[in-house]
Design a protein around this ligand. Structure first.
Ligand code: NAP
Length: 277
């Protein structure tokens, strides 16, 4: 039905802090659409029931956030191959026949945010250093490989996890030991922090940037605060820096399009709104 009220939302636990309602409701208003995007606090024990209830409630779909991104894959009817490779979903879209399809748009958000900050960015040049081997790292590494990256140095405090990911992703990804992380910065084109270090309430990421070329881009998946100690140090030595806010905003676009039928834009107005929230 063309004029029906469209409902979407985000499932997480806890979820009250999520910026997603602000982003999607901004676009609903901007495009004069008939709908709303809300918060669904879903206890992990109730995840299956909540996901199965999406269709019954007539909801268009939802985002999936911490801690459900991996487990939610088990309760949808189909998972996009890209999300399979990333090992998690962050979006569910109800299909016209009622089937629940799972997607992961984090990688899209990451690449789009890099391009927005540096339109000339190309992944297939000099080595890329990724710190961390959790969910965010997985999504980012898959998107870099699909974007043509040929050399990714993966570094994690727990080395076995970096080794595991490197094995899974093939010869373009090599694991580097935590104690060698500063050596790995030589001739890098991009340094990415995918750990929670630098987040509000956490310590700064423990790394010195002396070996990093000043022409390298520095990306931090963290967006609270907007300038982490890592980004501050990088900016002061002349590197171009990008925080995780653009990734968050851009990953929301394909989901919005799937639910509401319009591909929205990430504008300065939206940035300002999210930054001031
Ligand atoms: P995760 O799966 O729990 O992974 C956490 C990573 O941080 C692991 O690699 C862990 O290493 C590392 N770590 C934790 N404490 C550390 C420490 N003291 N020193 C060094 N490394 C440490 O989490 P995630 O889902 O990947 O999320 C990671 C970050 O990315 C969070 O800040 C999250 O907000 C952000 N994120 C942002 C976006 C966005 O759109 N901007 C999207 C997704 C995630 P070990 O394996 O050794 O524990």
């Amino acid at each position: 039905m063309k004029n029906s009220f469209i409902i979407a939302g985000v499932m997480g636990w806890p979820v009250a802090h999520s910026r997603s309602p602000l982003i999607h409701n901004h676009w609903i208003h901007e495009h004069n659409l008939n709908g709303a995007y809300g918060l669904f606090p879903v206890n992990p024990n109730d995840l299956e029931a909540a996901i199965r209830g999406i269709k019954a409630l007539g909801i268009a779909g939802c985002n999936i956030t911490i801690p459900h991104k991996v487990n939610a894959m088990r309760f949808v009817d189909w998972v996009h191959p890209l999300a399979h490779r990333m090992g998690a979903i962050n979006t569910i879209v109800v299909q016209p026949d009622g089937a629940l399809h799972g997607f992961n748009n984090d990688g899209f958000g990451f690449i789009q945010s890099l391009l927005q900050s540096n339109p000339r960015w190309e992944s297939n040049t000099d080595p890329i250093v990724v710190i961390g081997a959790g969910g965010a790292a997985r999504g980012i590494v898959v998107s870099l490989l699909d974007d043509g990256a040929t050399s990714i140095r993966l570094i994690n405090r727990t080395h076995s996890k970096a080794e595991e990911l490197a094995r899974a992703f093939g010869p373009a990804v090599t694991s580097v030991k935590w104690e060698d992380r500063e050596d790995a910065l030589h001739n890098a084109s991009l340094l990415i922090n995918t750990t929670n270090q630098g987040m509000q309430g956490e310590s700064a990421l423990d790394i010195k940037l002396n070996n990093l070329p000043t022409k390298a881009l520095v990306f931090d998946a963290v967006y609270i605060p907007q300038e982490t100690p890592l980004l501050k140090e990088a900016r002061l030595r002349g590197n171009l820096t990008v925080n995780g806010l653009g990734m968050l905003l851009h990953q929301a676009r394909p989901a919005f399009q799937a639910w509401f039928g319009v591909m929205p834009e990430v504008t300065d107005k939206l940035y300002a709104k999210v930054c001031s929230s």
